[in-house]
Design a protein around this ligand. Structure first.
Ligand SMILES: [Ca+2]
Ligand SMILES: [Ca+2]
Length: 107
């Protein structure tokens, strides 16, 4: 059951939206850091949500980072050097890259 779309409902939700927009600039002043964006990309690329990236997930992670020009991702992507980057980051060589194995993005 969807609630009836009355004029009052539309106006009320519209007012809520206006309030949200009005309060947004204060938040928007702090742009997300490369670290934050990389962390979000990590979660997005981590398809099975186990908190670790396998080789396929890592490729998606690099591509997401490259699209936002984070760290060395564009260079890795352009060179197709996913395997090499993965091997370098996977310090304990378990075939998975964990967040603590990632360098701070933007360095
Ligand atoms: Ca995973
Ligand atoms: Ca590892």
């Amino acid at each position: 059951m969807t609630p009836p779309l009355t004029l009052a409902n539309v106006l009320l939700s519209g007012a809520g939206l206006a309030l949200t927009i009005a309060s947004a600039p204060a938040i928007a002043q702090t742009a997300p850091s490369p670290q934050d964006m990389a962390a979000a990309n990590f979660r997005m690329a981590d398809v099975d949500a186990d908190g670790r990236l396998n080789a396929a997930e890592f490729t998606a992670f690099i591509n997401l980072n490259a699209a936002q020009d984070i760290g060395q991702a564009s260079r890795v992507k352009n060179a197709g050097a996913y395997d090499r980057a993965f091997a370098r980051l996977d310090q304990n060589v378990d075939g998975l890259v964990t967040p603590d194995e990632l360098p701070n993005a933007g360095n």
